[in-house]
Design a protein around this ligand. Structure first.
Ligand SMILES: CC(C)(COP(=O)(O)OP(=O)(O)OC[C@H]1O[C@@H](n2cnc3c(N)ncnc32)[C@H](O)[C@@H]1OP(=O)(O)O)[C@@H](O)C(=O)NCCC(=O)NCCS
Length: 187
């Protein structure tokens, strides 16, 4: 019988519960957004956006908290620094994604997709059939993310956003949520 040290490096050995497996620690933790976070969240989002005008203001976040919207942050493990924020509003049979932002140094690492996955799970818990959002046509990164995530364009709101020169339209996008059968949902 080989000792632990002399075992060959066989990937199948990972299935053996007696072999210690090193599991990487989670890269972030998730919690509710609170008033004390607002300065850090606004600074993070302004830095993440192509233009400061595109970012939410402290007052936008504050009124979302007052309204009781679903507002969550992700904090980097260890430092506790806020690296993502997401705000969504519940409607009748649908949820509206109001804002999502990821710290610039975390872009392209799948954090937004993870945040959206949490939101889809919330939609399923609420039995919401669809998730809606608006996005600037010029926001190519966000557009690519949403298209890859299965959102489809369903309309245009003219002159919706303030822009550096005048106003910018908003593309309205929708993603259907696969709901489990009602009998399972009641479990
Ligand atoms: C849009 C945003 C939230 C994406 O966050 P992210 O964590 O970088 O996104 P992810 O790493 O989960 O990437 C998911 C997809 O986004 C797209 N994407 C991410 N980084 C990209 C980049 N640098 N260039 C182009 N597309 C990119 C890709 O389609 C990617 O798919 P892939 O993982 O299969 O390659 C982030 O860029 C951001 O905070 N932007 C500023 C705020 C903003 O615009 N919010 C959206 C308002 S509608």
């Amino acid at each position: 019988m080989p000792t632990l040290d002399s075992r060959p490096l066989d990937p199948l050995a990972q299935a053996d519960a007696s072999v210690p497996v090193s599991v990487p620690p989670p890269a972030w933790t998730e919690r509710a957004l609170c008033e004390a976070d607002l300065a850090a969240v606004v600074a993070m989002e302004q830095d993440a956006c192509a233009h400061a005008l595109h970012a939410w203001t402290t007052e936008n976040y504050r009124s979302s908290l007052r309204a009781g919207y679903w507002a969550r942050v992700r904090c980097e493990a260890g430092s506790g620094r806020i690296v993502a924020v997401c705000v969504a509003m519940d409607g009748v049979d649908e949820v509206h994604l109001l804002n999502i932002a990821v710290a610039r140094d975390w872009h392209g690492r799948g954090l937004a997709r993870a945040v959206l996955a949490d939101l889809y799970a919330r939609c399923r818990r609420l039995r919401a059939e669809a998730l809606w959002l608006e996005v600037r046509p010029s926001n190519e990164r966000a557009r690519a993310l949403y298209l890859r995530e299965g959102f489809v364009d369903i309309g245009l709101r003219k002159h919706y956003y303030p822009a550096a020169t005048g106003r910018e339209d908003a593309i309205v996008m929708r993603r259907a949520i696969d709901l489990p059968e009602a009998s399972h949902a009641l479990d």
